[in-house]
Design a protein around this ligand. Structure first.
Ligand code: NAP
Length: 420
């Protein structure tokens, strides 16, 4: 028999207990051993919960008990860090769903875990088995790219903005009322949650040891209906994507709103759903789709990890036993990203303005792919919407800076990167 202790018996923790108990027959058949949740830790013992295991308000009681596996489902970074490190020091196997913890501490936890299993399937895209896919199913491949819709809240909001013409503030309020967005939505809409998940995937695919502050992260809060209309006109969808791309000199890691061609499989992923597209050098393009959050979907992945541990799987945490791909794979500077851009400008409606604007692009070696002029609500102003061919981020930013100095251009410039 394998005994499981759970630190954090909230939304996911309660589902974990429920699945372990109600699906015990299939779980013990697959694991070859009975798996029993015996103890859980919570902050408040007064709250009513739908579980019938022993509860304590002291996480140490779980870590120091006779459980074989400690499941960390409390959220946050510092407290879980203490729980997970102490559990490993006590010789326990660990399962966690905590992307924030792993975004900051995955390499030292891997080191500390050594041969003890530390599994974390639920930390990225909830119910989608993308970690297992990268660690196991695709392990024969050099990973060329990973492109993912990794945050259901943002995808829900963008879908509403595109399909129903609702503006950003309205859709945010609605997402908060439905419980999809927190009262302080920054972590989701600012792209940080997606960045945590991208960093975890990039460690498995490329061995990149980066922290959130090392990579380009932009949220969806500047997306307007002008952008949405332009995207539709040119056959794009707007998605918040986590992107990891292998280039000659290293790996690009970035999270930002992105215009993707509407025939790309990821463009068709709507609402709160998540999806990850992985391109391997031998397998080609693969696509994973499913629920990114929710008690049962997330717990499904947590219990799968528990079953793997019960089966005796002791694979290395990040999926590799020696350094990955030698010294070649460095994190590229965000300024060296190469992509296409869409930019919107509000300009004076008079002759010569278009030439002045396009000159700035050509002076910086950037060629324009399309131009659209739209009327503005303000008299004597028009909106200019342009897209570029591929160029370096540093050259594009220099164009944006120079455009701001032109008298004929108003300050409110916004741009979105394009992936095809
Ligand atoms: P939650 O509902 O807030 O549950 C957290 C649990 O941890 C609660 O039972 C809480 O106790 C307990 N807890 C917090 N601090 C504690 C402490 N110091 N000592 C003892 N217990 C403590 O959170 P959740 O939604 O289940 O999420 C858990 C983890 O899963 C997080 O890392 C989250 O990022 C990850 N995750 C969640 C989802 C999802 O859909 N919810 C999806 C993917 C990953 P009280 O109940 O007494 O407050």
């Amino acid at each position: 028999m394998i005994k499981v202790g759970i630190v954090g018996v909230g939304t996911v923790g309660q589902s974990v207990v429920d699945i372990l108990q109600k699906n015990a027959d299939i779980i013990s058949a697959r694991a070859g051993v009975d798996i029993i949740p015996t103890i859980g830790a919570v902050r408040s013992l007064d709250k009513k919960r739908a579980v019938d295991i022993k509860l304590t308000d002291n996480p140490n009681e779980v870590i120091n008990s006779d459980v074989d596996i400690v499941v960390e489902l409390m959220g946050g970074v510092e407290e879980p860090y203490k729980v997970v490190t102490q559990a490993l020091k006590n010789g326990k196997s660990v399962v966690t769903a905590n992307k924030a913890l792993l975004a900051y501490h995955r390499y030292e936890l891997q080191e500390l875990a050594g041969n003890l299993p530390l599994f974390y399937e639920a930390s990225v895209a909830g119910g989608i088995p993308i970690i297992g896919a990268l660690r196991n199913g695709l392990s024969a491949n050099h990973i060329e790219s990973i492109v993912g819709i990794l945050n259901g809240t943002c995808n829900y909001m963008l879908t509403k903005m595109i399909q129903e013409g609702v503006n950003y503030n309205e859709v945010l309020k609605e997402a908060q009322e439905l419980g999809y967005a927190e009262a302080d939505p920054t972590f989701d809409v600012g792209g940080f949650d997606a960045a945590h998940k991208l960093l975890i995937l990039a460690s498995i695919a490329y061995g990149i040891d980066a922290k959130p502050e090392d990579i380009l992260i932009e949220g969806i809060d500047n997306i307007s209906q002008t952008d949405v209309e332009f995207a539709k006109e040119f056959g794009y969808e707007i998605k918040l994507l986590g992107i990891a791309k292998k280039k000659d000199k290293g790996v690009e890691l970035r999270v930002h709103p992105t215009m993707v061609k509407d025939n790309h499989p990821i463009a068709k992923v709507d609402g709160v759903m998540n999806a990850v597209s992985v391109v391997g050098d031998r397998v080609g393009q693969t696509m994973f789709y499913g629920p990114g959050a929710g008690g049962d979907a997330t717990a499904s992945a947590v219990v799968a990890d528990i079953i793997e541990i019960a089966r005796g799987n002791r694979g290395p945490m990040l999926g590799y036993k020696r350094g990955l791909e030698g010294e070649k794979l460095k994190l590229l500077n965000a300024k060296d990203i190469v992509t296409k851009y869409y930019i919107k400008l509000k300009v004076e409606d008079k002759s010569g303005v278009l030439a002045k604007v396009t000159n700035v692009f050509s002076e910086n070696g950037i060629s324009i792919s399309s131009i659209l002029q739209k009327p503005s609500k303000i008299q004597d102003r028009v909106r200019l919407l342009l897209t570029t061919h591929e160029c370096k981020e540093r050259d594009f930013i220099s164009v944006v800076t120079k455009l701001k100095t032109l008298d004929c251009v108003e300050e409110n410039l916004g741009f979105i990167r394009i992936e095809e």
